[in-house]
Design a protein around this ligand. Structure first.
Ligand SMILES: [Mn+2]
Length: 461
């Protein structure tokens, strides 16, 4: 189903073609992806650039734009009666092409006649893309990734990085469902319940709103495991729950929200202290968002706030500026402060982080910590991003850094080791950059965020 009532796909394609200038552009759509045998699929997800430029949400279609000839051709097969028996009637490719303003539709078989000459194509992230390109261009599989078109990558980023009002409306809708989902999880939380039961409570809200998760949710008492997808643990009083979960809008725009809260509804004194440090890093980072400011600097600023704050707990010591320069904050804040968000949770990560989040003469650092910062560039109006500071106490990392003899002037390893089972805390919301600063995406008024608000919310349930 297309969202042509919302987006002007023809105009988007016109701008893309104008930027790329000459040659042929091939956008490869996604097909169904088998889980364990051909007919047992993962949920279908269209390629995000295909969604952005056509709105067509059907499998196995490909769009060829011949810039010099001024033509657009959609390749795809209409359903046969053998398909319809299983799927029922679906919108025809022809009708969807009409809605998207594409004149010409040809059967898939015809695509193979278009392999001559050079093609602008995107880096393949599914093997099927590589196979199609390899067959089409008559090249070895291993040569395909290197042949991706930098002109096309940059042209697409230059459009998709700037969210228009309709996109922002979709994103706000996704965030609002997500906030309801987070509140439901906090309400359901109590000692004795399991992580998977809370994932169940989250799913109930997500599906009730005709939504889907925009990524597999993280719901864990081990918040320090950055991408923990194990839901087996039974919650005890004293545990913290970190829930990083987002719903998608009908047009597949993502929300990416995190809250961390105490299972018993009351923070321990140390939990509250660390939470308040993370919240301060969040607040100051949000205040710093504006066009022209480098996100890398805001990220390092958050690192400083975290390092400075942890002095109160005796974890850190010494000059904060020197410590952050030396990377000592990465003992607590190993990942990036945020990333672009849009149709993808990590928007356009398939096009290359170095182009999406850096570019313009800036390159991504290979240093521990900064190498995980997906966004470093100067912010611009209409960029949509996440802000997600955190403190993660990772016992294995502490042990390693101590053995390496690193950061001894900045870290009190004895105090840290006494608290090595603390876990992890993250707070995350989504923002759009405005002419003078930023605006939060969605309506956060009913969503607790400060340590006091969270306790209050948990007491009320
Ligand atoms: Mn995120």
């Amino acid at each position: 189903m297309t969202h042509s009532h919302l987006f002007n796909y023809k105009e988007r394609r016109r701008k893309l073609v104008e930027q790329v200038g000459s040659g042929k552009i091939l956008l490869i759509g996604n097909g169904h992806s088998a889980m364990n045998y051909k007919d047992n699929w993962y949920p279908f997800r269209q390629d995000s650039s295909m969604l952005y430029y056509t709105g067509i949400d059907s499998p196995d279609i490909h769009l060829l734009m011949d810039i010099d000839a001024g033509t657009e051709t959609l390749f795809g097969d209409e359903l046969s009666i053998d398909d319809i028996i299983w799927t029922g009637n679906m919108p025809s490719i022809r009708k969807q092409a009409d809605e998207s303003g594409i004149d010409r539709v040809l059967p898939l078989q015809e695509l193979w006649k278009n392999g001559n000459g050079s093609l602008h194509y995107l880096p393949p992230y599914r093997e099927r893309h590589t196979i199609i390109l390899s067959e089409l261009l008559g090249k070895d599989f291993h040569q395909i990734a290197d042949g991706a078109s930098k002109e096309l990558i940059l042209a697409i980023i230059n459009q998709r990085n700037y969210k228009d009002d309709h996109e922002l409306k979709e994103m706000a809708h996704a965030v609002d469902i997500t906030y309801v989902m987070h509140q439901a999880v906090m309400r359901a939380c109590r000692p004795g319940i399991t992580e998977h039961e809370l994932v169940g409570a989250a799913s109930e809200v997500c599906f009730r709103h005709n939504s889907q998760f925009s990524y597999p949710p993280i719901l864990t008492v081990h918040g320090e495991v950055l991408h923990n997808h194990n839901y087996a643990y039974t919650l005890n009083p004293g545990d913290l729950v970190l829930f990083d979960g987002g719903c998608a809008s009908l047009g597949h725009y993502a929300a990416d929200i995190t809250r961390t809260f105490p299972v018993s509804g009351k923070w321990t004194s140390m939990q509250k202290d660390v939470y308040d440090i993370v919240h301060a890093a969040y607040t100051e980072s949000v205040q710093a968002l504006k066009p022209g400011t480098y996100f890398r600097d805001i990220h390092l600023g958050a690192g400083s706030i975290i390092f400075e704050g942890l002095k109160e707990l005796g974890f850190t010591k010494g000059n904060t500026e020197d410590a952050v320069e030396a990377g000592a904050h990465t003992l607590f804040f190993q990942c990036g402060l945020g990333h672009m968000i849009g149709l993808d949770v990590h928007d356009m990560e398939n096009l290359g982080e170095e182009y999406v989040g850096y570019g313009k003469g800036m390159s991504k650092s290979t240093e521990f910590g900064l190498k995980s910062l997906r966004l470093g560039r100067a912010l611009e109006e209409r960029f949509a991003i996440t802000v997600e500071p955190g403190v993660y106490i990772i016992p294995q990392l502490i042990k390693l850094r101590k053995e390496e003899g690193l950061y001894r002037e900045f870290i009190d390893y004895d105090v840290l080791e006494q608290n090595k089972d603390f876990g992890g805390i993250r707070i995350e919301d989504n923002f759009v950059i405005t002419p003078k600063g930023c605006e939060i995406i969605g309506d956060p008024s009913a969503m607790p965020i400060s340590s006091e608000e969270i306790e209050e919310f948990m007491q009320d349930v």
